[in-house]
Design a protein around this ligand. Sequence first.
Ligand SMILES: Cc1cc2nc3c(=O)[nH]c(=O)nc-3n(C[C@H](O)[C@H](O)[C@H](O)COP(=O)(O)O)c2cc1C
Length: 205
Amino acid sequence: MTQTQDVAAHSTKIPSDTLDQLFRQARTHSAWLPKRVPVEVLREVYELARWGPTSANSTPARFVFLESATAKARLVPALSPGNVEKTKAAPVTVIVAWDTEFYERLPQLFPQADMRSYFVGKPPLIDETALRNGSLQGGYFILAARAVGLDCGPMSGFDAAKVNAEFFPDGKWKANFLCNLGYGDRSKLFPRNPRLEFDEACQVL
Ligand SMILES: Cc1cc2nc3c(=O)[nH]c(=O)nc-3n(C[C@H](O)[C@H](O)[C@H](O)COP(=O)(O)O)c2cc1C
C-alpha cells in the first residue's frame, strides 16, 4: 500500500499497549543488544515516517544510515566525548539531515501550487522551513522506529560542521541531529526523568 486513499480513515484510539510502546514505556537508549538491524527494517521505518505532515508537503529531511565500522569511524571525530561509545556500539546510527534545496522537489510533491518560486533565493525562509519540518520528520522517524520494534538514542552532542564536511562536502544536505538505532538493553537504563504536567506545559484558551 502506497497511497493513503487506499484505506478507510482510521479514527479509533489505538490500543493502550501500543501507546506504551510508542510513548509511555519507550526510552532513550545508550546500551544495545548485539542484534543487527536489517536494511529492510530501516526501509520499513522510512516508509512509515514519510507520511507525517510537513508544510506544503516539503519533506526536507534526508536520512543517512551508518552501519559499517568504516562509516561509523568517519562520524566518531565529530561526536561529543559522551556520545562516542554508545554510537560505536549501536547497530546503526542515522544522520537526520535536511536538504537545503528541498524546494526543487515541490513541483512533484505539491503540484497544486507553484511553491518552488516561493522559496528560491530566500535562504532565511529555506532554513526556517527546512529545520522546522525536518525536525518534525525526525520525530516521526523516532516514533516509526518504535512502532516497528526498534529503540532509539537521539543525539545533538556533535559538531555539525565536522559532520557536514565529512558526509556532505557539496553543502547540499546539512546535519540536524543523530539517532542511534537498534534493540536497546533495558537493564542498562537509568530511572526515567519526569515530564511536565498538562497544567504546567499547556494552556487551553
Ligand atoms: C534531539 C535530541 C538530542 C539529544 N542529544 C543527546 C546527546 O547528545 N547525548 C545523550 O546522551 N542524550 C541525548 N538526548 C537524549 C535525551 O536526554 C533523552 O531523550 C531524554 O532525557 C528523555 O529520556 P527518556 O526517553 O529515556 O525518557 C537527546 C535527545 C534528543 C531528542
